[in-house]
Design a protein around this ligand. Sequence first.
Ligand SMILES: CC(C)(COP(=O)(O)OP(=O)(O)OC[C@H]1O[C@@H](n2cnc3c(N)ncnc32)[C@H](O)[C@@H]1OP(=O)(O)O)[C@@H](O)C(=O)NCCC(=O)NCCS
Length: 251
Amino acid sequence: MLLKNLREEIDATLARDPAARSRLEVVLCYPGFHALVWHRLAHWLWQRGWLLAGRFASHVGRVLTGIEIHPGASIGKRVFIDHGMGVVIGETAEVGDDCTLYQGVTLGGTSLRQEKRHPTLGKAVIVGSHAQILGPFRVGDGARVGAAAVVLAEVPDGSTVVGNPARQVARRGPPSETAPVFQPYAVCGDIPDPIARALNGLLDEVTGLRARVAELEQENAGRPPTRDPLAGEHPSLRLVGASAGNGTDDD
Ligand SMILES: CC(C)(COP(=O)(O)OP(=O)(O)OC[C@H]1O[C@@H](n2cnc3c(N)ncnc32)[C@H](O)[C@@H]1OP(=O)(O)O)[C@@H](O)C(=O)NCCC(=O)NCCS
């Protein structure tokens, strides 16, 4: 069972990080994977009442990886912590299956009371680098939290939130059994990168201009040719033409 879970976690890393090349590389070189192994041990000790041993195992994991997961936190299957340095997951936080967390993420509390005070991430949530999710609320299944967002309130299933304080910029359905649950870096597949987006914008603009030129050609078809080449154009262009003529006189 333990080995099966570990294998699933390694495979999740391979599937979600294009830089990972083999299972051995993940086992040897991925701090996110190491942190989860230490956390499984720490959580096991914590649940059996060996609180100090649990804290110590968690601390060793933190020293080795830079990822701090309280032994009381509940972490689901196939969770992937990429890069990991600076991640902090508090005592009453819950992280659902298939979630992805990037470096610097905090799942933190806002209360000092001994109660549920950290967030709960649903399934397949993606949390961008240095996002801070603070408080005992839920982040819904398939939600995406933008890099550096500060999230202070519940996030509905399938939403994308960005900014400080975080606001919703998009919403789609929660991930289903059939739909893929992971988008690399949480970025939509239909918008590959900013350059492609700019080119798409230019192409739309050119298509619009072509349609307008065709319209104007149709309107002008059949009109007798005029001597003024700027006739029919914008009035300001005609003025430029006229003043150019006047300019010669002034000189
Ligand atoms: C939030 C995120 C998931 C949105 O991706 P997307 O669905 O492709 O959305 P878009 O890029 O079209 O952005 C939608 C809007 O949110 C804004 N936005 C995107 N990411 C943002 C962020 N992190 N902070 C603030 N605003 C952001 C965009 O400017 C855009 O605003 P506009 O509609 O006013 O133009 C993505 O930008 C992100 O932050 N992913 C995390 C990546 C990461 O942490 N990588 C670490 C790798 S080590």
